[in-house]
Design a protein. Structure first.
Length: 168
């Protein structure tokens, strides 16, 4: 499915507020409610909409740390990738993990923690379970309770602003 203008506009309206009804979305887009419902179903089927979620304030939920852990593995075999997928799915604090490249590393893992002990435990398990394949690791840890250090909050609304500028 190619994402056409109406579909893209609908997608960005959902980013603004996924809790809105199809009727409210139809009004915002100046199209009919059945058309919105049909378009949403097509966006879901085509994979443009993977899930509906809210971005909570993690600090207010009791999470103290956000960690970006950069990893380097010696081998890049399909069976290790499958093992990694299974391992990371068992780690509830890991919210994102992916292979890539940069900083001399070939993977990244993003995790949230209610304290340093949780973060340390994750690293201990990582080192234990992935030796000898794990050759290097580096972390960048953010204190979620230091709003004075926040430069730009995490939000997808910035994509909306960029898209609007691009279209005008």
């Amino acid at each position: 499915m190619e994402l056409k203008d109406k579909g893209l506009r609908l997608l960005f309206e959902l980013v603004k507020g996924a809790r809105r009804s199809d009727r409210a979305l139809a009004k915002a887009l100046n199209i009919s409610q059945p058309t919105v419902s049909r378009m949403i179903r097509k966006l879901e089927e085509a994979g443009f909409l993977r899930e509906y979620t809210t971005i909570p304030d993690l600090g207010k939920l009791g999470y103290d740390l956000l960690a970006f852990t950069y990893l380097s593995f010696a081998e890049d075999k399909p069976e290790l990738f499958d093992k990694a997928r299974k391992w990371v799915m068992k780690q509830p604090s890991v919210v994102y993990a992916c292979n890539g490249e940069g900083l001399g590393m070939n993977s990244v893992m993003i995790s949230v923690h209610k304290g340093y002990e949780s973060y340390s435990r994750l690293l201990t398990e990582l080192r234990r379970d992935w030796q000898p394949n794990l050759t290097s690791e580096q972390s960048f840890v953010i204190s979620l309770n230091r709003s004075d250090l926040m430069i730009k909050d995490f939000s997808l609304r910035y994509l909306l602003e960029a898209e609007a500028k691009e279209r005008s």
